[in-house]
Design a protein around this ligand. Structure first.
Ligand code: KG4
Ligand code: ZN
Length: 361
């Protein structure tokens, strides 16, 4: 590394408006700032992210968030060496807001502009936080994504498998809705599950009998709905303990599917990966995290979970992906389009359905 690189990152592909400044110097990377302005309250009344509301909020707030990121970092645009922006996949209105701002700033300052795939941002985060070497296995589990990636290089990813329908975070959110718990569903279902019996409702473990590491979570939500309705039909309602047991049963099923498929993904890699890294909001779940750690330990693969603020959507990961690309000599360009769909691995089969972020990557 011959010189320090300082990048501004911009992220607006779902419901977080984010900007960050990351610097790579001789002593390694440093996150100088990472500002994230969430939109949970704006979408709360609708039970999901409304693309038009998200796009408008990004357009209105991005300028301020970028200014904050520069102020907190204590740098001006004069000290920025390049701009990295999420160019997809995601909700296209939001992605466009970020791309237009980044294009404007880059043109005005004559700075290199690096279009970044949001999933690459997540996938390279373990190198920002822990400097791990390629190849490593990454499990991305959030409200919008669920996939196993073998990360071989800055620009080489093999998608080993993923969900064929809902993402696990989406399933947690829908479960919370079905049981009258607050959004986001993950934390509220988890806190109920702690007090419940995970064995009372033996929910299905979809696709465990199938080879490979594809997963399915939408049937689980339907099974939970049926169990809830059966209780209502039988007793006229559900008790507090019923709800805890339903949450515990659901969480146990998600955890077991993720753990077993993770074990299979490790086997599929052949050569032992340097680590199993997780990212995404669902990785915050203690039961699921413990199950994944146990799988890693059994396989003799180090387990790595970046701090939650870097596991969930943020712009530091986008700035870092930009630094990695510039450092690897990968071209930066103003000649790119924003993409609602942008698979990391073109050889992997297309995913069905549509998640919180719109069309699946
Ligand atoms: O990564 P993230 O912040 O945003 C994207 O979806 O990209 O993930 C949010 C998702 C939500 O669906 C939320 O319910 C879930 O992660 N989540 C959890 C937990 N905390 C957040 N799911 C299970 N257990 C949790 N403790
Ligand atoms: Zn994400």
């Amino acid at each position: 590394m011959d010189r320090t690189l300082t990048l501004l990152g911009i992220e607006s592909s779902c419901d977080d408006t984010a900007a960050a400044v990351v610097r790579l110097g001789s002593s390694g990377p440093e996150i100088l700032s990472s500002q994230v302005l969430g939109q949970t309250a704006l979408h709360a009344a609708f039970g999901g992210v409304v693309p038009e509301i998200a796009a408008r909020a990004h357009a209105e707030r991005l300028d301020g968030v970028v200014e904050d990121a520069l102020t907190v970092a204590g740098v001006t645009l004069d000290e920025i060496d390049g701009i990295a922006v999420t160019a997809g996949p995601g909700l296209i209105g939001g992605v466009l807001s970020g791309v237009m701002l980044a294009r404007g700033l880059a043109a005005a300052r004559d700075l290199p502009l690096v279009p970044v795939n949001h999933l690459v941002g997540h996938a390279l985060t373990p190198r920002l936080t822990d400097g791990i070497a390629f190849p490593y296995l990454m499990l991305l589990v959030s409200g919008g994504h669920c996939q196993f990636l073998l990360v071989q290089a800055v620009d080489r990813f093999v998608r080993l498998g993923g969900t064929i329908d809902d993402a696990p975070g989406e399933a947690f959110d829908k479960t919370a809705k079905l049981l009258g718990l607050p959004q986001p569903g993950g934390p509220s279902v988890e806190s109920e599950a702690v007090l419940g019996d995970p064995k009372r409702f033996p929910f299905p473990r979809p696709l465990l009998d199938r080879d490979g590491c594809d997963m399915s979570f939408s049937g689980l939500k339907t099974a939970l709905l049926r169990a809830r309705d059966a209780l209502v039909a039988e007793k006229g309602g559900i008790t507090v303990q019923d709800r805890r047991d339903l949450c515990a049963g659901f969480q146990a099923a998600v955890g077991e599917v993720l753990a077993k498929k993770t074990s299979r993904a490790i086997d599929m890699v052949g050569d032992r990966p340097t680590a199993l890294a997780v990212a995404g909001g669902v990785a915050a779940n203690k039961t699921i995290r413990a199950a994944l750690e146990a799988v890693s330990a059994r396989a003799g693969v180090p387990f790595l979970a970046p701090p939650l603020r870097l596991c969930t959507d943020n712009a530091a990961m986008i700035a870092w992906a930009g630094i990695e690309r510039l450092r690897a000599g990968l071209s930066h360009t103003t000649d790119f389009v924003a993409r609602p769909r942008w698979p990391l691995d073109d050889r992997a089969s297309a995913l069905l359905g549509s998640g919180k972020k719109g069309a699946k990557a």
